[in-house]
Design a protein around this ligand. Sequence first.
Ligand SMILES: [Ca+2]
Ligand SMILES: [Ca+2]
Length: 329
Amino acid sequence: MSAQYQQQQHKCRLAIRTGSSLISIKRILLLSIIIFNCLIITSAIEHDSLECEKTGDCPEPSHTVIKLHKRDDELARRIAAEHGMVVKGQPFLDSHYFVEHSSSDHRRKRSVIASLNDHPDVRWVSEQRPKRRTKRDYMFNDNEVPEEEKFHESMVKETFRQRRRKREQIASINPDTKLPVPKLPFPDPLYEAQWYLVGKAVGNYDMNVREAWALGYAGRNVSVSILDDGIQRNHPDLAENYDPLASTDINDHDDDPTPQDNGDNKHGTRCAGEVASIAGNNQCGVGVAYHAKIGGVRMLDGPVSDSVEAASLNLNQDHIDICIMGPRR
Ligand SMILES: [Ca+2]
Ligand SMILES: [Ca+2]
C-alpha cells in the first residue's frame, strides 16, 4: 500500500464498503445500508441501560419534554420560564418541546415536574431517561481466501476483466434517460478500493451499481439524512451535496450538525460518504448515489432518549426521502 494511498485514506475517513445488486437507486441505497450494517460490529457503548426499571437502578433523566395541546412556541417559552426552565431548540411532533431545568437540585426538579403536570396548558410531561445505544465500527477480516475460492476466482477472472473493461469504457449519453453516462473508472483515489462497487469482492460479487449509473440512476432529486453523531458538512467530498434541509443538531439544539472534533465522532460522516461522496472530483471515493443530497442529524453525541429519537426521525419529513438510523439498540 503506497504512502499516498494511506494518506488519502486518512484524509478522507469515508466508508468504502458497500454491497448487492439492484438497479433502482432507492433500493441500492437501502441495500447498501443493510450491507453496511452486516459488515460492521459495535464498538462503543455510549449510554446507560434501559433495563433499570427491573433492577430499580435507573439512570438520572437526561431530558424533560412537555407536550402542549397544540403548537404554541410563545406559550411554551412562558410556561418554561414560569418554572425556571428554558425551551431548547425547535418543537418536534408538532407540539412537543425539550425544556431544560435551570437548577440541578433534585427536590426542586420534582416539584417543577409536579407543577407542570398540573398546568392546564400542558397535556403531558415526561422526564426522559437515557437508553443504551451503540455506535458501529468496521470489522476487518484479514483471513486468507480459501483455496477453493482462489480456484473459482482464477476461472472467472478473465471473463470478469473483459466485462469490466467493456463497462468502464462507456462515456456517452444514455438514449433512454438522456442523462450522461459516467466515464469509468472514476479518478477518485479511493474508488478502486471500494470493492463492492468495482467487483473486487471475494468471488467477484458486485453491487452492479455501475450498470445503474449507466442507466442514469445516481440519486438525482433524492435527499438522504444520516441520524448519527453528526456530519462534516464542509468535507471536500460532501460539501457540494450537503443538504441543510435534511440536517439538524438535536444534541446541541441548533441547525449545524458538525460533529465534535474529538476523534470519536466520525461515523456519521463515514456513512454520508458511503451514500453521497462526489464522483469524479479526484477526492477520496465515490458515493453509491453520488448525485443525492445528503444531510445529517447529530443525535448520538449525547444521551439518547425516546424523545431524542422521535425528534430526529421527525425532521422535515416532507423533504427527506430516505432516513438512515446510525445507532444500534
Ligand atoms: Ca451544532
Ligand atoms: Ca470523490
